[in-house]
Design a protein around this ligand. Sequence first.
Ligand code: ZN
Length: 603
Amino acid sequence: MIHRHWRLAALLLFVSFATAKAQFSTAITSDDVMRHIRILAQDEWQGRGSGTPGGAAAAAYLEEQLRAFGVAPASADGSYRHTFEFVSAARLGKGNRLAISAKGKSRSLRVNDDFRPLGFSASASFNGPVVFAGYGISLPDRGYDDYAGIDVKGKAVVIMRYSPWGDKPPMEFQASTSLRAKVLKAKEKGASAVVVIIGPADTDTDVPMKLSYDRQAGSADLPVISMRRALVEGWIGDPKQALKILQDSIMSSKQPRSFAFDQITLDLQTDVELVRAKADNVVGMLEGTDPKLNHEIIVIGAHYDHLGMGGEDSGSLRPDTLAPHNGADDNASGTAGVLELAHYFAEPSHRLKRTVYFLAFAGEEMGLLGSSAYVNAPSTPTSRMAAMVNMDMIGRLTDRKLIVYGVGTAAGLDSLVSSKNIDSTFVLKLNKDGFGPSDHSSFYTKKIPVLHFFTDLHGDYHRPSDDWQLINADGTRQVLDMVAEVMRALGDAPGRPVYVQAEMPRPMGGGDGRSSRVYTGTIPDFGEQSEGMKLAGVREGSPSAKAGLQAGDVIIKFGKVDIKNLYDYTYALGEYKVGDSVPVTVRRGDRTLTVTVTLERRN
Ligand SMILES: [Zn+2]
């Protein structure tokens, strides 16, 4: 019985093998590109979300193709899979409870109906008095401070969403109106819990906010809930002080109206569970042909994950539309590129002298999670990696425009790339920076020269409409022809490219917005973080470099602000001005040291 089934399974596998192999030519062709893209971007795989069945189906397809093309498995366990874990969502634990006692009378409230913790709330408890702190914004140097004249130490603060200017405040207030910034400000002012309501001027609805998990930055240090404003209305009791009157007066006068509630105490317990999931990077390799060079590796990579069915926390630009975000360009095109190049270089006559690793990453849309997991636990030492070539969105070539990042990350990369623009096929836009919003960044943090190919953004970016019908398959084939030539130059050159810390113009800031006003030159490590903000590096000649900060340091305090994550750090920057000398405490290995960083202007 079993024997017969096994055979059938083998036959099926062989058929798919044969079909896979037979279906694709070893040459790089637009037909093959489109065939891979249509398979990867099919509705059935529901946008290839990391940790979802669609994502797993895509990983299985990649493994099957690599095996069919004769590419060897290259994960540490001898498989094609490099598995990593990540937080996929936040959910309510069983321990959420809230009781309010007003003028001696106590009342229990219902989770979900009356209140709900926010996704970044700590799982913690609070029992004590409550203060109304308006919008929870404190910018005295801008003439507005909800915390002026009130003491919130050890108390809970009730704050409204948005700002006295509604949800579109002036630039200099923008960074202070996010809920995270308000919670950090409340913490900084000594509050022990935060209650978020939405003002009657902003909406008629009055329901607790959805529990969502934003990836950027771990959880806050204190319990944070959203609550129906009607409950707070009940505490006020004085119709002249009704919330509508309060909010209207703050919005019209641009002056705060904060006060302590009389005889109101909260007894709060929050319980938020972070849901963990697993996803696979797919890893294959072709051994180099030259024994003197094949200990060195050229990495070719692309992320295969996308936004799944979309929704609020997915990064979709149509968050209201739950539908397959097919990601034909982002990034089925780059993934098809990895497969096409694997098939091409597997051909004996096309083999390179150096070894080639083919990497397809998951978790990119969640913050480069797959690639940073890979470089932090690689299946072979990163020191063997002579260069990394990344492709993310190469499917919509328009007006021959091709953008290549990273040409400043090793000597001669810019002329190498330009030299492979045969017959000026492309209008090349070269950018020196090795850091940017895709997986090459993770490799650059390990001091590996990188190149990143990109045919630019378009109107379907991060929307369900990023479909295969809009793909310029022949344009992608042309990009891959060029990438293949660049890889050949890197793979067969006598010497490996020499890493350079790309000298970069200071990133541009917006107007004199809060957090973008000052410049420190730190480069955050986007991998999963523990307590503090880990540095992937510091920019050459920057204030941080001058202060002696270095890659691997974990910033735990910036001036007066405790730093738990990237978000706290961005927030802390907003608290200081150009020219300020700020004590910065870092963990370096098992030591803790404090240096002084003198802030400079961001150009
Ligand atoms: Zn992408």
